[in-house]
Write a protein that binds this ligand. Structure first.
Ligand code: HEC
Length: 130
């Protein structure tokens, strides 16, 4: 009986006091991830995507390259035509905006910009008219 108690005490000392204790590190990791903000939750077409496409209006309000976009009533259907829900990063909207596909307007924003992330997440969330 004494031998069992000693063994338990030894176990507690070994596992409870070391700085490399895995039992105290696990919960720390979980706490960190839950306190980080989750970017891109519930992207709104009207509140987030339209402002991100501000710089497109100057050329596309008059239909440059056959794409008419004026941030008005037709904005959603105009944007939706350039979106690929099955392969969001291959959406023409994002390719052209980042200067790909020999875009006549060049590069409006990079793939590391907040505009890109907002639009990409919106497409990933289903490209809703929200
Ligand atoms: C300086 C003028 C200019 C700006 C600003 C501009 N574009 Fe363009 N865009 C063009 C021209 C010119 C074309 C036609 C040539 C081509 O296909 O790239 C074009 C073509 C496109 C097309 C292809 C249309 C089609 O039906 O083939 C898309 C999509 C597009 N632009 C998206 C955008 C987006 C999104 C932005 C803003 C982030 C933007 N453009 C900003 C000039 C511009």
């Amino acid at each position: 009986m004494i031998r069992t108690k000693s063994a338990i005490l030894l176990f507690v000392l070994l596992t409870g006091c070391g700085t490399e204790n895995p039992f105290s590190r696990g919960p720390d990791t979980v706490d960190d991830s839950t306190t980080n903000p989750v970017p891109g939750e519930n992207i709104s077409f009207s509140a987030d995507v339209i402002p991100a496409l501000d710089d497109c209006v100057s050329c596309h309000r008059s239909g440059a390259g056959g794409w008419t976009y004026n941030a008005g009533d037709e904005a959603y259907s105009a944007v939706l035509n350039t979106v690929n829900r099955n392969a969001p990063t291959e959406s023409e909207l994002l390719i052209k905006a980042t200067g790909g596909g020999n875009h006549g307007g060049g590069r409006i924003f990079s793939s590391a910009s907040s505009e890109y992330e907002i639009i990409l997440r919106w497409i990933e969330q289903g490209a809703l008219n929200n």
